[in-house]
Design a protein around this ligand. Structure first.
Ligand SMILES: *[C@@H]1O[C@H](CO)[C@@H](O)[C@H](O)[C@H]1NC(C)=O
Ligand SMILES: *[C@@H]1O[C@H](CO)[C@@H](O)[C@H](O)[C@H]1NC(C)=O
Ligand SMILES: *[C@@H]1O[C@H](CO)[C@@H](O)[C@H](O)[C@H]1NC(C)=O
Ligand SMILES: *[C@@H]1O[C@H](CO)[C@@H](O)[C@H](O)[C@H]1NC(C)=O
Ligand SMILES: *[C@@H]1O[C@H](CO)[C@@H](O)[C@H](O)[C@H]1NC(C)=O
Ligand SMILES: *[C@@H]1O[C@H](CO)[C@@H](O)[C@H](O)[C@H]1NC(C)=O
Ligand SMILES: *[C@@H]1O[C@H](CO)[C@@H](O)[C@H](O)[C@H]1NC(C)=O
Length: 351
C-alpha cells in the first residue's frame, strides 16, 4: 500500500525533526499477504519448533485474522499432543519487502506471547546476517516481564552516548562475536511492556526508527499512544514521540557500515539457544524446558500468541524506503542469539 500523501511532498518539518509518511500497512484481512512463511524446523536458533508453511499455518489456524477483532493472530500450536523426540508447530514470518535507512515501523499489538519455553520476537534483519545487522524491537524469554531491545551486527558497532529513557543497559558491544552474541541490549524498565501485564493493559505500540542518525525504539502503552499514531494519521513528526526508550546513535555505530535494508519478522520459537539455556530458563521457570513444556498436550501455550492490530511502515521526509524483493534471501538468513552459550549448554536440551 502506498500512501497518496507521499507524492504531495507537502511535508513541513520542524528543524531537526523527521516527518514520516506511511508507505506500507499490514492489517485486516490482507495482513498475511506480503510475508513469507519459513516452512522448516527451527535451524536458526535450535528451538524445539517447526516453523510451518503458509498452508499449514492457515489450515491449523496458527496464522489467521480473527473475524471478531479484524486483528492478526500468530501462535504456537496449543491443541496437538507432541511426543518425545518431536517438535511443536509454530510460526515465523518475514516481510517480502525490505525497508531501507530512513524507515520507521510500528508494531501495534494487543497481546504478545509468553509462557515457560516461549521465545517470541518482533524484529528485523538484513538478508545476509550478520552483514547488514539485526534490530530486535521486542524480545523476551519465558516469563520475563520486561522487553529487551537489542542490535546484532558485525564487529565494530557499539552503543555510544545514547539519548534514551531506559537506565538498564545490559551490554554495549553489538558485535555477534562479543559476549556470546548477546548484542548491545537495553531493557525497558517501565511496566506492561510484555507478558500478562501487557495483555491486561490492552497492549500498546512499539515504534522502531532506522535513520541515518541512528536506531531508536519507543514503547507506548495503549492509553499513552500519541494521538497522531492512534488516529491512523498518514503522517506524523518524531516530535510527537518524545525521547526513545532505547537509542543507538550512528556515532558509535555507522548506519551505512553496519546496517542494510531490513526484512520485518515475527517468530515464536520454543526453548532453543536462549530461552532453553538452563541459566536463562531457570530465571523465571522451573523444570526441563523441552520435556515439561514442549512435549505433551500443549496446555503450556494458551498464551503463546501475538495479537497484532497492524504493522505500519513509514518513510522519512517524502522519500520512499520500500525495496520490493519478494523476500529473496530472507529464508536463508540466520540469526543465532547467544549461540555460544547455546553451544555449551544445548546438548543437554536439544532433541
Ligand atoms: C528529515 O529532515 C530533517 C530536517 O531537515 C532532518 O533533520 C532529518 O535528519 C531528516 N530525517 C531523515 C531520516 O532523513
Ligand atoms: C538485563 O539486566 C537486567 C538488570 O540487571 C536483568 O534483570 C535482565 O535479565 C538482563 N537481561 C538480559 C537479557 O540479560
Ligand atoms: C489507515 O489509513 C490508511 C490510509 O492512510 C488506510 O489505507 C488504512 O485502511 C487505515 N487503517 C485502518 C486500520 O484504519
Ligand atoms: C540456574 O542455572 C545456573 C546455571 O546452570 C545455576 O548456576 C543457578 O544456580 C541456577 N539457579 C537456580 C535458581 O536454579
Ligand atoms: C495437559 O497436560 C498437563 C500437564 O501434563 C495436565 O496438567 C493437564 O491436565 C492436561 N490437560 C488435558 C486437557 O489433558
Ligand atoms: C489454545 O489457546 C487459545 C488462546 O490462545 C484458547 O482460546 C484455546 O482454548 C486453547 N486451546 C486448548 C485446546 O486449550
Ligand atoms: C535451514 O533450512 C533451510 C531449508 O532446508 C535451508 O535453506 C537453510 O539453509 C537452513 N539454514 C541453516 C542455517 O541451516
Amino acid at each position: 500500500m502506498r500512501s497518496a500523501l507521499l507524492l504531495s511532498a507537502a511535508l513541513p518539518s520542524v528543524l531537526g525533526a523527521t516527518t514520516y509518511s506511511m508507505v506500507k500497512e499490514y492489517s485486516g484481512s490482507g495482513f498475511f499477504d506480503d510475508w513469507n512463511f519459513y516452512g522448516n524446523f527451527d535451524n536458526l536458533t535450535n528451538g524445539d519448533a517447526i516453523f510451518v508453511t503458509s498452508s499449514v499455518a492457515s489450515s491449523s489456524k496458527l496464522a489467521y485474522v480473527d473475524s471478531a477483532t479484524n486483528r492478526a493472530i500468530i501462535k504456537v500450536d496449543n491443541t496437538s499432543t507432541v511426543a518425545f523426540n518431536d517438535k511443536r508447530n509454530t510460526v515465523r514470518i518475514s516481510s517480502k519487502d525490505e525497508f531501507t535507512v530512513g524507515s520507521l515501523w510500528i508494531f501495534d499489538m494487543y497481546h504478545v506471547p509468553f509462557g515457560c519455553s516461549v521465545w517470541p520476537a518482533a524484529w528485523s534483519q538484513a538478508p545476509n546476517w550478520p552483514t547488514g545487522g539485526e534490530i530486535d524491537t521486542f524480545e523476551v524469554y519465558n516469563l520475563a516481564t520486561h522487553n529487551q531491545m537489542t542490535l546484532h551486527t558485525e564487529p565494530g558497532c557499539k552503543q555510544v552516548n545514547p539519548v534514551q529513557t531506559s537506565t538498564v543497559v545490559n551490554s554495549t558491544d553489538c558485535s555477534f562475536q562479543d559476549n556470546s552474541n548477546a548484542g548491545c541490549s537495553v531493557m525497558d524498565t517501565s511496566p506492561a511492556t510484555d507478558g500478562a501485564a501487557f495483555a491486561a493493559a490492552e497492549g500498546g505500540v512499539y515504534v522502531t526508527e532506522y535513520a541515518e542518525s541512528g536506531i531508536s525504539v519507543w514503547f507506548f502503552g495503549r492509553p499513552n499512544v500519541p494521538s497522531s499514531l492512534a488516529s491512523n494519521a498518514s503522517s506524523f513528526s518524531t516530535n510527537d514521540l518524545g525521547t526513545p526508550v532505547a537509542n543507538w546513535p550512528t556515532g558509535g555505530c555507522s548506519m551505512d557500515t553496519f546496517f542494510k535494508p531490513q526484512n520485518l519478522i515475527f517468530d515464536i520459537t520454543l526453548c532453543g539457544d536462549a530461552a532453553g539455556d538452563p541459566a536463562i530458563f531457570n530465571q523465571t521457570c522451573s523444570g526441563n524446558c523441552y520435556l515439561d513444556y514442549v512435549v505433551g498436550n500443549g496446555s503450556a501455550y494458551d498464551n503463546a500468541y501475538f495479537d497484532v492490530a497492524s504493522v505500519r511502515v513509514y518513510s522519512a521526509n517524502g522519500t520512499n524506503t520500500v525495496k520490493e524483493t519478494n523476500g529473496a534471501g530472507a529464508a536463508a538468513a540466520m540469526s543465532m542469539p547467544l549461540w555460544w552459550i547455546g553451544a555449551l549448554a544445548g546438548l543437554l536440551l536439544y532433541v
